[in-house]
Design a protein around this ligand. Structure first.
Ligand code: ACO
Length: 396
């Protein structure tokens, strides 16, 4: 890594790097990725260990505080999340104002932005206590807003959080229960979704996190920064890929048609891409995809995974991994390739998949927002451009 800022200041030169393929925009202590080896660590801990041995809430604590919580700290944290999961009653009106066919991501993004109007006393962030309250509020309320968005899209009554349930169980309860029903959520479902949240929690300077840091750099409050992150995540090249993967598997429809679609990816006249394949940083198997694949294998019977879609996915993986086109471009399955199959088994419809990503990633965005503000060298994000328009000309 070369810090060439002084040279550039003296000479007026700057680098041209579309898509930031070789530019680090910050230093960070949160997440480490080795794309060639396919390694991912949060605060130094390998993702495999965290996913197997720690809950999502412990991972949240780790990302925000730098260390894992003691049992007492975790109990206090858990209690606070349960308490803060309720949202202001006025927010329900916002959901009622959306048309019936509104996409849940659009509703969630608006609702997170609207949080700043209901909890405006903290947007000035006068002291550390304000910041602490705001980050816990955001983390605890996003799943409730996500569940409201889902239920609004179906036109069914909202279910309030249940203080007796853990973070992940509560979310499944809020989307699946009937009003007044004491719905039991199977432990295997809670564990699967909790793992998905953990795997999505942070991923250094991906597109949405870069957006969050850019918004933070203007001095905007976290509700604004995280709303921007949600919108950046929505695109199908990023978090929206999980919705597209299942849509594509359904479209392919049978194992017999896989070769036809693999051939399409190689046709220069066809812009067809295999959703859930390829990654800017991983030039090896995405370690998160490996964990999800293992989880899928272990839980497929218990979770009642759609075996036809799974077979199509397995065939795509097998064909792609032995095909020169994919090998030469180092295209491997990414996290989105398998998450949709597990979410489908949890009876979560595909329009909600990117929302699941948002719930998991909110903690990473917050940790990055906090780290940005703690940086003594922070600067407003202000890249340059290479002007290629007309030379100076005159109106006369
Ligand atoms: N299917 C077929 N070919 C692909 C795919 C794919 N999924 N991904 C990349 N390629 C090809 C490109 O056509 C290009 O080929 P070329 O060199 O012949 O032109 C080459 O591989 C490099 O692709 P780029 O788009 O330049 O790679 P980049 O690093 O910019 O993009 C990205 C990465 C956006 C993830 C890309 O691989 C993609 O579109 N994948 C599908 C969408 C997806 O799964 N997104 C989720 C990413 S993970 C996440 O955000 C959580």
């Amino acid at each position: 890594v070369i810090d060439i800022r002084d040279l550039f200041k003296q000479t007026g030169m700057f680098t041209y790097d579309p898509g930031f393929t070789s530019t680090a925009s910050c230093s960070s202590t949160i997440t480490y990725i080795d794309g060639e080896k396919g390694e991912l660590r949060y605060r130094g801990y390998p993702i495999e260990e965290l996913a197997m041995k720690k809950s999502y809430l412990e991972v949240c604590y780790l990302l925000l505080n730098g260390e894992l919580p003691s049992p007492e700290e975790l109990a206090a944290y858990d209690y606070e999340f349960r308490k803060r999961a309720y949202v202001h009653e006025g927010l329900k009106n916002l959901f009622y104002s959306f048309p019936d066919n509104a996409h849940p991501m659009a509703m969630l993004s608006s609702a997170v932005s609207a949080l700043s109007t209901f909890y405006s006393e903290h947007i000035m962030m006068r002291n550390d206590e304000d910041l602490q309250v705001m980050r816990r509020r955001l983390l605890a309320k996003v799943p409730t807003l996500a569940a409201f968005a889902y239920r609004r899209s179906l036109g069914i009554p909202f279910i309030y959080p249940d203080l007796e349930r853990s973070f992940t169980e509560n979310f499944l309860y809020m989307i699946h229960a009937y009003p007044g029903q004491d719905l039991k959520i199977p432990e295997v479902q809670v564990r699967a979704l909790d793992t998905i949240f953990t795997l999505h929690a942070d991923h250094e300077q991906n597109a949405s996190t870069t957006v969050v840091r850019s918004v933070a750099s203007t001095g905007a409050h976290p509700y604004a920064a995280i709303t921007a992150g949600i919108n950046a995540l929505w695109g199908r090249a990023h978090g929206g890929a999980n919705e597209s993967v299942i849509a594509q598997l359904e479209y392919i429809g049978s194992v017999e048609r896989v070769d036809e679609f693999i051939a399409r990816t190689k046709d220069p006249e066809d812009d067809f891409r295999l959703m859930g394949f390829g990654h800017r940083v991983y030039k090896n198997f995405d370690p998160r995809a490996k964990i999800l694949k293992k989880l899928l294998d272990e839980m497929k019977d218990e979770l009642n995974v759609d075996s036809e879609l799974l077979q199509i996915a397995e065939k795509i993986e097998a064909v792609a991994l032995s095909d020169d086109y994919f090998i030469s471009r180092k295209l491997y399955p990414n996290i989105d390739f398998y998450s949709g199959l597990i979410l489908t088994a949890l009876k979560i419809p595909k329009e909600m998949f990117t929302i699941i990503f948002v719930i998991g990633r909110t903690v990473g965005w917050l940790a990055q927002w906090l780290e940005f503000h703690a940086d003594s060298e922070k600067k407003i994000a202000r890249p340059r451009q290479r002007y290629i328009g007309p030379e100076t000309r005159s109106l006369t």
